[in-house]
Design a protein around this ligand. Sequence first.
Ligand SMILES: Cc1cc2nc3c(=O)[nH]c(=O)nc-3n(C[C@H](O)[C@H](O)[C@H](O)COP(=O)(O)O)c2cc1C
Length: 576
Amino acid sequence: MIVKTRPEIFKEEHWKEIIELTKRLDERQSIWLSGYLAGRVDLQPLTATTEAVGEIVICHGGETGNSKKIALQAEQKIVALGYQVKVYDLAQMTVRQFAKLRQVIIICSTHGDGDPPEPVTAFYNSLMSSSLPLEDMRYAVLALGDSSYEHFCVTGINIDEKLKQSGARSWLDRQECDTDFQKTADSWLADLVSRLPAIDSHDNAPAVVVAPETREIDRTHPATVKVLENIRLSSMKRQDAIHHLVFDLDEMSLAATAGDAVGIFVKNPMDMVTGLLQETNLKAEQVVSIDGASMPLVDALRDKLDITIPSRDFGQLWESLDTTGKFHEAMGDSEKSKKDFLKSKPLLELVKQFHVVVNAQQLVDVLRPLQPRLYDITNSLKQFPDEIHVCVKRYHYTKDDNTYQGVASNYIATLKADDAVEIFPHKHQRFHLPEDPGLPLILIADSTGIAPFIAFLQEIEAGERVHECWLIFSEMTFEEDFLYQAELIKFMNAGVLKHLHPVFYGDESDNEIFDNVVEHQDQFKQWINQGAHVYLSGDKSILTKAEDSIKSWSKSQDDVHWDKLATEKRLHKNLY
Ligand SMILES: Cc1cc2nc3c(=O)[nH]c(=O)nc-3n(C[C@H](O)[C@H](O)[C@H](O)COP(=O)(O)O)c2cc1C
């Protein structure tokens, strides 16, 4: 094809020279020259604008498919021009993910009576109430609607206004489309593509806005992450309240897959630290040394040392320092009595009861290091690559009629947005999704044991896997303890979860996990015989009891072989 009219980018005299030259070329020479010129462009990228094009993300939100249809048309058109494009459904996005985008096209309709499309409601509401700055975002909004409605295109209008208020800059004015949207959308898109930044050949490499942290994150080199959210999932009345926390990975990458855990470094509560300083008459600022590092005693007691469980070394030291002999008397002479005595009370209680003169270094030398605690990751990194979610139950225990709070769970459950914590990934050896992406899964959880199953279900929702999933979940009451109820219903509606059988033993004390299996035994047997993998996660005593009951029941059945599950590595346990 010969282009006859002069493209705007050429001056008149250059255009004449090109035409003259190309007239003299034969077919082979023309082909060679076109390749040569293309190669030159590769070597010397056009940098007509200072803004690198990066990746363009098209987000659509709708109910009846129109927005998605235009989004896919836009994708085709923009990809054909050589840009890198990703298409996302706003219903699957969080505002935090959205806020990280740099170049975004939003195509969104209005429904109800001026409402956002139903699947987009959560995203829309959280965007409208968000205060995230969007100064680095360039965008364009196409709003779909129907002018016979009072609130024409109001969702797209509000999104556009909100982005503007948050500092984002639009490439061109918002376009509102009526029911005959195609023509308007086409011309808006044509206008939009002419305003996109020029393509730089470097953009053929995968676009990364900020280089992800590449160093290995492990227990000795943990990542410092910020808390984005801390949501209480269970009832207010419950002493062992359950919290869902979201940590921001902020472009770091954690080597973890669904089923893995994170280790979290925790701190001792300050009232325990000051109690210990007072009872030992030691000064907070006194410098001590731990593994060669010097620090004030107060920091060592809060961040580095276990001040809950009295160690054997602590027992020996207190015995030697207690001039009254009462500590020795209380511990007894045998190894066993000493062990039992040290286990019987928290360290602070012993220090209160047996006052001794101790120096700061002596004290820290007999305290064990404060261990990080492991929590199952509750999200799939495929769906939320920039976040780590955990589900934490506040733990308390009783000794000598006194109730004490568990240090780690209470520390984590009281973290606030923006607090920083150190985390690292921890592999669970035998608690991952099966290699075969099509086998059915029977997921049995008690309470927070549901955490890795949410990650599994998100992983399946993210694509590539087609497991049929059945979740049996036990908790106290339907009203107050149905953890992740909204998410589970969403998984049911999306077909990710095929069966959901909650067991609320607080509502019906005679209802147990095992009863549920027997009630649906035909289905259970069929799935097991089809090669299902069975996962048990959560409270050790509840799930061991459930497993024992299923095991002995299966022995009385000819057509189900529970024992084979273990030998075929189809039984996975995560019990604590
Ligand atoms: C039940 C219903 C309610 C609607 N309400 C509104 C409205 O309040 N305002 C508006 O501008 N358009 C409204 N619309 C029109 C849609 O926004 C329009 O059909 C659009 O093209 C749908 O795009 P979607 O398939 O991406 O959702 C409504 C459509 C339906 C079916």
